[in-house]
Design a protein around this ligand. Structure first.
Ligand code: OGA
Ligand code: NI
Length: 270
């Protein structure tokens, strides 16, 4: 069973009446990868990020920042524009893929999405402004730590509520796009406790090499204990005007069940 691709596993388990939650089996935490070259940091080039942010991003695998846009009205305008895209039928039910398979199953991934590339999306003033603000984050990384990123994609997504979710996954994997950073922006200006849809991050661990050349968990001597096999988990509330950045290839994450409509913009830096 463990060897099956997730969609087949889900089909078999659901036909046996098993909960989808059981499909997301706990596994050992990922090992952190070097994505931000801190040795190249030029602090004078920073604007939205601080040096500490970039140290945390590389050290822990993620950061959370508030206030990408200047005013609440601008955040609400982004929310309205994304909902308009949904009304206009531009957002489509999302699929999932790995190197061999593509599939759609709303129990695994319940959002509707589209990439912000088409003219009609760029023509929306609020989306144009927020995608520029997100693009400026890429420029800031290019200039401050020589990130050398030219390829960017931005996705708009709406989770319709009613328990819609996106199960634990990685944004970058073998056979898929080589994404280095995931940058999320939430426009959910009216989000409140109980609405659900939190972003759950499974933090990677730092490994170091022993004298024997054997990799062990940073905090432990000798063999890994049971506890060290569990990834530390952080839940982020998807409140309006928040930015979350994480390392795409080693931070597993999921969108918890959303009881209300919930929107997100995701920018991937390749
Ligand atoms: C994704 C994703 C998280 C979110 O689209 O890959 O994980 O909080 N989104 O919307
Ligand atoms: Ni993701």
């Amino acid at each position: 069973m463990e060897l099956l691709p997730p969609h087949l596993k889900l089909k078999i388990l659901s036909s046996l009446g098993q909960q989808i939650d059981d499909v997301v089996s706990p596994n050992a935490p990922m090992e952190i990868s070097e994505v931000i070259q801190l040795s190249k940091l030029q602090e004078s080039k920073l604007n939205f990020f601080t040096a500490e942010d970039l140290q945390n991003l590389q050290g822990k695998g993620y950061i959370v920042k508030e206030g990408l846009l200047q005013t609440k009205d601008k955040v609400r305008a982004v929310w309205d524009s994304i909902l308009q895209l949904e009304k206009d039928g531009i957002l489509k039910p999302a699929g999932m893929q790995n190197s061999n398979h593509k599939w759609k199953q709303s129990g695994i991934r319940g959002d509707k999405m589209a990439f912000i590339t088409s003219m009609e999306m760029k023509n929306t003033a609020a989306l144009d402004e927020v995608s520029r603000a997100m693009d400026a984050l890429k420029t800031e990384l290019n200039e401050s730590v020589d990130f050398q990123c030219s390829k960017v994609s931005i996705q708009a997504a709406v989770y319709p509520g009613g328990g819609s979710r996106y199960v634990k996954h990685l944004d970058s994997c073998k056979g898929g796009p080589r994404r280095r950073l995931t940058v999320l922006f939430y426009p959910n200006i009216d989000w409140k406790e109980g609405d659900g849809g939190e972003l759950r991050l499974y933090l990677p661990v730092r490994k170091r090499t022993t004298k024997q050349g054997e990799k062990v968990d940073a905090g432990l001597e000798g063999k890994m204990s049971e506890a060290s096999q569990k990834a530390e988990v952080v839940d982020v509330k998807p409140t309006g005007n928040k930015v979350v950045v994480f390392l795409s290839d080693c931070v597993e994450h999921e969108v918890l069940k959303s009881n209300e409509k919930r929107a997100a913009l995701t920018m991937w830096l390749c």
